[in-house]
Ligand binder design. Sequence first.
Ligand code: ADP
Length: 395
Amino acid sequence: MTDAILVLNAGSSSIKFAIYAHTNVRSPALMSGKVINLSHTPQFLANGVDGRPLPQKNMMTFDETTTHENIVSWLLGWVEHENQGYTIRCVGHRVVHGGRDYAKPILLTTSIISQLKALVPLAPLHQPHSLSAIAAVSKWAPKLPQVACFDTSYHYTQEPLARFFALPREWYDRGIIRYGFHGLSYQYIANSLPCYLGELAEGRVIVAHLGNGASMCAMKKRQSVATSMGFTALDGLMMGQRCGSLDPGVVVHLVRHYKMSIEEIEHMLYNDSGLLGVSGISNNMQVLQNSSHPHAKQAIELFCYKAVQELSSLVSTINGIDAIVFTAGIGENSAQIRQQICDRLTWLGVSLDTGANTTHQHVISHPDSLVKVLIIPTNEELIIAQETQSLITTQ
Ligand code: ADP
């Protein structure tokens, strides 16, 4: 039997899992898969070590009322049932918010889990899902070591200036700062950059993580200098259901004039806004691209407009730009979105190779482009497995 690490990545619209050999944590995983479209018509897909889809025996019927914990419990049963000669020795989780205290991965204890629960208000769409996954594993195998790997950790290299809000100083001291998210994805891209860029990897790079949740990170020497998400995962880019950056005066106005409750506003900003809110059709980019409705077109245009605004602002934090990397569901798969964004960046010297872009090559910039443009598929699960393995072996 091979000792193995199980990785659980509970996101806002999907739950991904992967199993890696404990002694040899590298891609591809021994087994991997995901449950996608959690809020609509959840669908389960899994692949074996050769990347081929596994037969979907023992399927559970999901619907939008099935809880995250139920889905993870089912997934754990499925992993056990499909066992291909491994013994799970530990579990690594993606946890979105580590607050001020957790700059590194940590072995979970009851008291740490309680501290992570206290951070739910800072990431209401994500933190509860990670906690549900942790709870499901605790019931499945109470003695199994579980490790939390944080999306906030990667941004600890930022200078205080990049983390300040221009609020009275006491709020900075109380932790009202820009934390930044998608750190596991950025860490994977940062580790991969030398492969694609050689020495340029140490230069000025902006990574656009465009999924259902979306953010950008400006890197220098492969470290985070600034990022578009802030105190919560609501700030910055327009997303699937989240509004992104918003004049805070709007919130004050909604409370005072429309008497909206905090819960109503929170729900609107996190669940009813973004692509879904503007289109009135869907949070799913693929669905909008296939729609001929003018509101779908406008939602896509706004998504790209906001992405260009954020990217342009991040360029200033690293004094220029050598490369742009597109990653995550939209960034990796939508040639149309990459084209629409890059068309607005010609002033920076960005020029796409249309053929390379439409066929999703790794390098999609034209040879004459002043800025290299790449597609790098992200792999948060691999980073979680590596961090988990490293922590467990040093215990
Ligand atoms: P998350 O991990 O934040 O839940 P993903 O990174 O899986 O999200 O990205 C999901 C998004 O990617 C959805 O909006 C989906 O429509 C979009 N996407 C996936 N494939 C394509 C495609 N071929 N064309 C356009 N959008 C796509």
